[in-house]
Design a protein around this ligand. Structure first.
Ligand SMILES: *[C@@H]1O[C@H](CO)[C@@H](O)[C@H](O)[C@H]1NC(C)=O
Ligand SMILES: *[C@@H]1O[C@H](CO)[C@@H](O)[C@H](O)[C@H]1NC(C)=O
Ligand SMILES: *[C@@H]1O[C@H](CO)[C@@H](O)[C@H](O)[C@H]1NC(C)=O
Ligand SMILES: *[C@@H]1O[C@H](CO)[C@@H](O)[C@H](O)[C@H]1NC(C)=O
Ligand SMILES: *[C@@H]1O[C@H](CO)[C@@H](O)[C@H](O)[C@H]1NC(C)=O
Ligand SMILES: *[C@@H]1O[C@H](CO)[C@@H](O)[C@H](O)[C@H]1NC(C)=O
Ligand SMILES: *[C@@H]1O[C@H](CO)[C@@H](O)[C@H](O)[C@H]1NC(C)=O
Ligand SMILES: *[C@@H]1O[C@H](CO)[C@@H](O)[C@H](O)[C@H]1NC(C)=O
Ligand SMILES: *[C@@H]1O[C@H](CO)[C@@H](O)[C@H](O)[C@H]1NC(C)=O
Ligand SMILES: *[C@@H]1O[C@H](CO)[C@@H](O)[C@H](O)[C@H]1NC(C)=O
Ligand SMILES: *[C@@H]1O[C@H](CO)[C@@H](O)[C@H](O)[C@H]1NC(C)=O
Length: 868
């Protein structure tokens, strides 16, 4: 089973001569019409006062100082698609004992490795509103990456955040509220990296749909996808400065604050320039303003230039294309068109991330993402080299990890509707349950078709690089059936959703008819039932709407279970009086059916909350960009900071279930709000501390003769090496056409008030207020509940703000009749708006309202504080 060969890029023999390079090597396709303020040079890593990172930089510099140009380039460039065991593999530096780095998909599992767990997706994890679980789930997944010998975990996903209902990859992220996503980003970074694996927070930024993320020619050649318009340029996300800061960049800032070691730049363009060669994005926003200390890696094949990308702040090219980096980067460094300081910084950042996070895998990866066979060629795609053991079949699953995965699945389930106490299911002997719907059973292609997509049955994950490889998969029919049997219910499962005669017959005499419905979204690595990653429509799949209609006509206790990548249309059945209960979740991983059964039968009380809003009218969702001009496909991001509930609230659009909503089998109430003032904030931040001195490598070796392959070195075709062939033409002429604003002088102090520490100016996390409230479980069951804190900002013409914004949440577990106090901490950043003029965060003057509630529209308690 070849899992990664699906993307066949043109690769050429990578020994090149150092002849003059084409124009595209230097020029990003930047468009003067966009207001992208260029920023040069790339801030050198290691200049922020931070003990852990500075120690790591010290170690890294000692190594980089000893390296030749080709050795440095080797760390920055992958060895090519499907070469090596992992999704991506860098070159190595054998002389200094530095191994090739292994980069592996994906966000919810060690994709394409055997004997691993497949966890609930990011959106399901976010639905738990449980901080402990955010940390624990990431730590458990991180442990599996570590034990498979992975250095860099390609995830989690903080973009797309899920602005568009039909976008294919929303389930990989944590929903469109930046605060919720940000808390997950912070805790998942701490949890995942605690295991000694670097995370690559992805995708930076504005990759909010799959359609047109690549050119039509590339999407068609690589994946057989046919776009309606043959775009010759990648989709351009035009995002305004406030929205970038207050929405799209926010979760990445939290990941950086927690010390994330890597960030992945995305396929799309941002304001006219590709993300991976956008100096405003990488040099300014990420490395200067957010103080990011790790390395930036491309999404796979997202590189479009050589020098331009290098000086814009890119540090690593994956899977490694000789066209731009590898030998061409070597030549560019030798002739000084890429300053050697920049190449040093790239290599140093990569090694510093490794040391800061404590990555140490001397034995390398013990699996192959190319095959499940035990032995294979050393160079698998070329069928060259010796036969080596590529899979050691190390079982990294543990009872503890399975328990974390299951808990995350259970808490990822949101109870949307529960009439007549339909749930939990009651009774035993003689009670009859009908389990109905194609989505309840196994796919005809089995459980592991998710990489390239399957659409025929139960969905444990979405498809694409975010999928996992199941070592077991409990479908809803299996999980619910097994639990029904244990409870001495009688049950039957009828999978046919097309000829509904049997389903209707079974429903007509069942005490409860459980209909399972889904919709399967994914990455544009292929088409699934004609959907190119993004969904063609928001209707639930497999003819299930007629099935629900038919079943409800004969059964007045119909329970609908919905599993999807996010938004779907609930309106066709949600008000049907015979639909007594509805459960929603995003993809729940290996224990999908187990988790559903525990909730349905009341072994667990549902406690999930919606991480997005279900509209009443699907036309109120932000549509995919589909009508484009082929040479300049543009996405205007017109909703700016008004995303999800902020949009529905501001424009008073009808919602079916709002952000933060989710029922329990118990009744929880909130009371006794109190606000303690810790600090009254000034309007503006104070400047953060100066940077430490920049570092200069005194041992620079620019000898072209050291940049050729050793005589005895066997070069394998289609592997990317750093070597050049012809040294004679390397000469520095220093007259390259650098982009406007280009310079090489490092700053002494932060460029703006917003900058100066990991994630931004450290004062952004100063504590201002602590809000407390009391939560009571009025019964009749024990269970979990997630109270939420929303802030409404002072009225301001200059800085209009959404009616309310999430700024805190907690999760409490209480026995029937018990109560507990919860507290929410509000920081300066929580109470700030982004001021584009000063390029910094501002606390407004006036009345702030702090609400504590059980959803974004059920705001039970309020207190006002005035900031003068
Ligand atoms: C990379 O180098 C080769 C050989 O010098 C050259 O033909 C090619 O144009 C270079 N790539 C680019 C994008 O300039
Ligand atoms: C570059 O990396 C490759 C692949 O790991 C390795 O074979 C080669 O020796 C490295 N070259 C140098 C100069 O270290
Ligand atoms: C897009 O290109 C394909 C392949 O060249 C062609 O078959 C198709 O007609 C084109 N579509 C449009 C809308 O031009
Ligand atoms: C993108 O362009 C818009 C319009 O010119 C501008 O307001 C915004 O600041 C730019 N955003 C970024 C991230 O450069
Ligand atoms: C190298 O890549 C080219 C283009 O994909 C392919 O035609 C060729 O067969 C490959 N060579 C080997 C040895 O795999
Ligand atoms: C189910 O409903 C569809 C239309 O909604 C109808 O055509 C079909 O006959 C029904 N099937 C059964 C078995 O009642
Ligand atoms: C919606 O998409 C699904 C999945 O591709 C498809 O089966 C269904 O026919 C579509 N429904 C409508 C109304 O277009
Ligand atoms: C609800 O179910 C009952 C059978 O229990 C049926 O008589 C009634 O027509 C159904 N109502 C709807 C709206 O389908
Ligand atoms: C549902 O249908 C059952 C069996 O037909 C009947 O006994 C019961 O009263 C109905 N419940 C409601 C709420 O209509
Ligand atoms: C597509 O965009 C063009 C140019 O903006 C416009 O004239 C046309 O009406 C649009 N078509 C649709 C179906 O929206
Ligand atoms: C929950 O309990 C409170 C206090 O007993 C009561 O006022 C409220 O109506 C109950 N809510 C629900 C949804 O039952």
């Amino acid at each position: 089973m070849l899992l990664t060969s699906c993307l066949q890029v043109a690769a050429v023999l990578s020994i090149v001569s150092a002849s003059p390079m084409s124009d595209s090597f230097f020029k990003a396709e930047s468009d003067p019409n966009y207001n992208v303020v260029p920023f040069y040079p790339t801030p050198q890593g290691g200049r922020i006062e931070d003990g852990k990172w500075q120690a790591a930089y010290h170690r890294a510099r000692q190594l980089v100082d000893q390296m030749t140009v080709v050795e440095k380039v080797n760390l920055t460039t992958g060895i090519g698609m499907s070469n090596g065991p992992c999704s991506g593999n860098t070159g190595s530096v054998p002389r200094l004992g530095i191994e090739s780095l292994c980069l592996q998909d994906g966000p919810l599992s060690v994709r394409s490795a055997d004997l691993t767990d497949v966890y609930p997706c990011g959106l399901a994890a976010a639905s738990s509103f449980n901080k402990d679980l955010a940390y624990d789930r990431a730590a458990a997944i991180g442990r599996e990456f570590k034990e498979k010998g992975v250095d860099i975990w390609l995830g989690p996903v903080y973009g797309p955040i899920g602005v568009k209902a039909q976008a294919g990859r929303n389930w990989e992220g944590h929903g469109p509220d930046p605060y919720l996503e940000g808390v997950f980003a912070y805790l998942q970074t701490l949890g995942g990296q605690s295991q000694g694996v670097i995370q690559s927070a992805k995708h930076l930024v504005g990759n909010e749909q799959e359609l047109y993320r690549q050119t039509a020619a590339v999407a068609n050649a690589a994946f057989g996808i046919k776009y309606k318009h043959n775009n010759t340029n990648e989709l351009n996300s035009e995002i305004d400065d406030r929205a970038i800061h207050e929405t799209y960049l926010w979760p990445f800032a939290e990941a950086v604050r927690a010390g994330v070691g890597s960030v992945m730049c995305s396929y799309n363009r941002l304001n006219g320039t590709h993300s991976c060669e956008n100096s405003h994005l990488l040099n300014y926003l990420l490395k200067e303003e957010l103080g990011f200390q790790g390395f930036v890696v491309t999404d796979w094949t997202a590189l479009h230039s050589g020098v331009e990308a290098a000086i814009a702040g890119l540090d690593m090219d994956m899977p490694g294309e000789p066209k731009y980096w590898g030998p061409n980067l070597t030549a560019a460094a030798l002739n000084s068109s890429v300053p050697i300081d920049r190449l040093d910084d790239m290599a140093t950042r990569i090694l510093a991330a490794k040391f800061a996070i404590g990555v140490n895998n001397p034995d390398g990866p013990n699996y192959s993402s190319n095959t499940f066979k035990t032995f294979d060629f050393e160079f698998s795609p070329q069928k060259q080299g010796s036969q080596i053991q590529v899979n050691k079949h190390v079982d990294v699953r543990t009872d503890e990890n399975r328990a974390v995965s299951l808990r995350s699945a259970i808490e990822g389930i949101v109870l949307l509707k529960n009439e007549n106490e339909a749930l939990p299911l009651k009774g035993e002997n003689g009670k009859q349950i009908a389990i109905l719907g194609q989505a309840a059973g196994i796919d005809s292609k089995g459980a592991n078709c998710a990489f390239e997509g399957c659409a025929d049955g139960a969905a444990g994950t979405g498809y694409g690089s975010g999928a996992g490889t199941f070592s077991y998969f409990i479908t809803p029919a299996e999980g619910i059936g097994r639990r029904a049997q244990e409870g001495r219910f009688s049950y039957e499962f009828i999978p046919d959703s097309w000829d509904q005669t049997a389903a209707v017959e079974a429903a007509s005499y069942a005490d409860a008819a459980v209909v399972v419905a889904n919709s399967v979204a994914g990455e544009a690595l292929g088409e699934v039932d004609g959907n190119p990653g993004d969904l063609n429509n928001l209707t639930l799949w497999h003819n299930v709407i007629p099935l629900i209609e038919n079943v409800t006509s004969v059964n007045n206790n119909t329970i609908v279970i919905i599993t999807s990548g996010g938004h779907v249309d609930l309106e066709p059945f949600i008000e049907n009086e015979n639909v007594t209960a509805v459960l929603f979740s995003s993809y729940l991983g290996q224990d999908y059916g187990t988790a559903l059964a525990k909730v349905l039968f009341g072994d667990e009380n549902p406690s999930g909350k919606l991480p997005f809003t279900f509209a009443k009218n699907i036309d109120d969702y932000v549509p995919l960009i589909d009508n484009i001009t082929v040479d300049e496909p543009a996405d205007k991001f017109e909703t700016s900071i008004y995303v999800d509930y902020k949009y529905f609230d501001k424009y008073d659009k009808p919602v079916r279930y709002e952000f933060g909503y989710g029922l329990s089998y118990s009744n929880f109430t909130l009371s006794d709000i109190k606000v303690e003032t810790i600090k009254q904030f000034s309007e503006d931040l104070e400047a953060a501390a100066d940077y430490t001195e920049s570092y200069r490598n005194e041992n620079v070796n620019l000898k072209a003769e050291d940049a050729t392959a050793p005589d005895d070195f066997t070069l394998i075709e289609n592997v990317t090496y750093p070597y050049i062939k012809d040294t004679s033409s390397i000469q520095s002429n220093g007259s390259y056409d650098y982009p406007e604003g280009y310079g090489t002088e490092q700053l002494k102090s932060p460029a703006s008030l917003a900058a100066g520490g990991l994630g931004g100016n450290p004062q952004l996390w100063d504590l201002g207020y602590v809000v407390t409230a009391s939560v009571k479980n009025n019964g009749p069951y024990g269970g979990g509940f997630a109270p939420q804190l929303y802030v409404s900002f002072p009225d301001s013409d200059e800085f209009p703000t959404p009616p309310v914004q999430l700024r805190g949440f907690e999760k409490v577990f209480l026995d029937n009749g018990h109560s507990q106090s919860v507290s929410f901490e509000l920081t300066r950043k929580d109470l700030s708006v982004w001021d584009t003029k000063s390029q910094s965060w501002k606390v407004l003057r006036g009345d702030y309202k702090f609400y504590v509630g059980s959803s974004s529209r059920q705001l039970d308690l309020v207190e006002t504080v005035t900031i003068n």
